[in-house]
Write a new protein. Structure first.
Length: 354
C-alpha cells in the first residue's frame, strides 16, 4: 500500500523514479533501519542501495526489495543501474540532499534529469495506519508512566539533569527502546526558553519547572510537556500564565477537526493568549505531527500550509515565555478522527506539586 501511494505520487509528478535518502522514509517504505542507504523506486522496481555493512540487514528487514550493492558509493552505482531502471526523470528529496551531493550526482550520473521534490513521502506518512497508532499509543503510555514516577521524586535541590536521567532510566526499563528526542528540563528563568538545554541548575521551590519529553517504541515517538511549580509560587504571575496556557490548550484540543487548516487550529489558542495580554510571548506554532520523526507533517502555526486530516497524529502545545522569569507550556498528543482529536496523553495537568 505504501509503495502504491508513492508510485501514484511519482505518476502525478511525471517522474520515472525517485531516490529516497531520509532515514525515516527508508524505514517507513522498506523496513530497513540501517545507518546509510538509499531507496530507488520506479513503477515496477524497488531497490535498497547500501554498502557491505548492511547487506544481511536488508535481507532481514526489507523482504521483497532488491539489494543493490554499493561498493564505491552511490555515484558509482547509479550509472550501471540506469539502463535497467529505464528512468529519464529521477526525483530526489530536495529537503534532504545537500547541494554538494546534488552536484556530485549530476556530474557523475548522466543521461537523466534530476528533479528536486518536496515532502513526497512525508505527505504519505502523515496519516497513520492502525499498527503505527498502536506503537505511538504505547510510546505515550510509557511517557505518562515515567512522568508520574518522576513527579514523586522531584524536590528542591535536584538538578535539571538529574530529573532528566530519572525519566530516561524509567522509560528504558519500562518498555521504551529509546527516548523520543533530547529532553527539555527547564526551571526558573530557563523555562523562558522554548528549547532550553537541560543543565545542572538545581530546581527551586516556587518557580516554574517545564518538562518536555517522550519515548520511542518500534521507531515511533511520543511527545508531551508539563509545567508546574514545587509548592506555592513566588508571585502571582505563575497561576495567571499557567491558567491562560491551560485554557488555550484545552480549547485547541476541543476545536481541532479534520478539514481545519493548520492556521485556524493555531489561532484558537492564539486568540485566548492574546486576550490575556501575552500574545507577544507565544512565538511558536500550536503543534506538529509526530511519528517516526518527532517533527512531521502536518504543522499548526501562523505560517502553516497544511490541512488537518483523519489519521494525522499531532501535538497541541501552546506556551507563554517571559524573559527573565520563566515560562509555561502544556502539551498533549493524539490522533485526528472523524469526531475530533482523540487525545492519547493521560498525565494530569497539575499546576502545583507539593
Amino acid at each position: 500500500m505504501r509503495l502504491q501511494k508513492l508510485r501514484q505520487a511519482l505518476a502525478t509528478l511525471g517522474l520515472d523514479a525517485i531516490v529516497i535518502s531520509r532515514p525515516e522514509n527508508l524505514r517507513y517504505l522498506s523496513g530497513f533501519t540501517g545507518g546509510e542507504g538509499y531507496l530507488i523506486v520506479t513503477a515496477d522496481q524497488a531497490l535498497v542501495a547500501t554498502d557491505f555493512r548492511y547487506y544481511d540487514q536488508v535481507g532481514r528487514e526489507a523482504p521483497g526489495w532488491t539489494l543493490a550493492k554499493m561498493n564505491e558509493g552511490f555515484e558509482k552505482l547509479m550509472p550501471g543501474l540506469l539502463p535497467t531502471l529505464r528512468a529519464r526523470r529521477i526525483g530526489f528529496e530536495g529537503q534532504v540532499v545537500t547541494y554538494e551531493q546534488y552536484q556530485k550526482w549530476a556530474e557523475a550520473i548522466t543521461g537523466c534529469e534530476w528533479v528536486a521534490t518536496s515532502e513526497v513521502v512525508e505527505k504519505i506518512r502523515s496519516q497513520k495506519e492502525p499498527a503505527e497508532l498502536a506503537h505511538i499509543r504505547r510510546a505515550v503510555d510509557i511517557a505518562d508512566a515515567s512522568l508520574d514516577y518522576v513527579m514523586g521524586l522531584i524536590k528542591p535541590g535536584m538538578t535539571e539533569r538529574e530529573i532528566g536521567w530519572e525519566l530516561e532510566a524509567h522509560m528504558r526499563t519500562h518498555g521504551a527502546e529509546n527516548v523520543g528526542f533530547t529532553f527539555i528540563i527547564a526551571s526558573g528563568p530557563n523555562a523562558a526558553l522554548p528549547h532550553a538545554v537541560t543543565s545542572d541548575r538545581a530546581v527551586q521551590a516556587g518557580e516554574p519547572i517545564t518538562i518536555d519529553m517522550g519515548a520511542k517504541v518500534a521507531g515511533y515517538c511520543s511527545d508531551m510537556t508539563r509545567t508546574f511549580c514545587l509548592g506555592q509560587p513566588k508571585d502571582d504571575t505563575f497561576m495567571k500564565v499557567w491558567n491562560t496556557v491551560y485554557q488555550a490548550q484545552r480549547a485547541a484540543c476541543d476545536a481541532i477537526r479534520a478539514g481545519m487548516t493548520g492556521v485556524d487550529a493555531h489561532m484558537v489558542a492564539q486568540r485566548i493568549i492574546d486576550a490575556a495580554g501575552y500574545g507577544a510571548y507565544f512565538g511558536h506554532g500550536l503543534g506538529h505531527g509526530v511519528g517516526l520523526a518527532i517533527h512531521e507533517k502536518p504543522r499548526m502555526s501562523r505560517l502553516s500550509k497544511d490541512t488537518l486530516a483523519v489519521g494525522d497524529v499531532v501535538t497541541v502545545e501552546p506556551g507563554i515565555y517571559l524573559p527573565g522569569w520563566g515560562g509555561v507550556r502544556i502539551e498533549d498528543m493524539g490522533v485526528i478522527t472523524k469526531e475530533g482529536l482523540d487525545n492519547f496523553t493521560k498525565s494530569a495537568k497539575i499546576a502545583l506539586v507539593s
